[in-house]
Design a protein around this ligand. Sequence first.
Ligand SMILES: [Fe+2]
Ligand SMILES: [Fe+2]
Length: 141
Amino acid sequence: MEIQWSDSLATGVDKIDNQHKEIFARISSLINLDIENMEFEKREVELHKVLRFLGGYVIDHFKTEEEFMTRYHYPNYDDHKKEHMEFLKSYSALVRMFEKDGATDLIVTATQNQAVDWLVKHIKDTDQKMAYYLKPKMQKT
Ligand SMILES: [Fe+2]
Ligand SMILES: [Fe+2]
């Protein structure tokens, strides 16, 4: 699985883009570890790292976006926030699965899909729309 930053993912809001880049960098280095072919114990450790990262940095990142949206009265705040909440719901399900069964193939694949597919889609669609609204407002202040 590949995950690479490209300009097509840029929102034009520096703080948000920098956080997205950091998320991509961290996730791609973890994906490049080839977790699927690792010894089980090492897999547990690596998967635990990914989950901790998603549960920490990504949640802070959502807060950054939500603060911007509130500050500049973004009209689609509720829908955007709902997507973040859905990510957090699937994330908690992954954590529960991991705590119960450990680093099984199923959870490795599910985590990669969750991290990669969801984020790319969310950035390209939802975050870019938000940034389009935010940018002119931010320049005025
Ligand atoms: Fe977002
Ligand atoms: Fe984002």
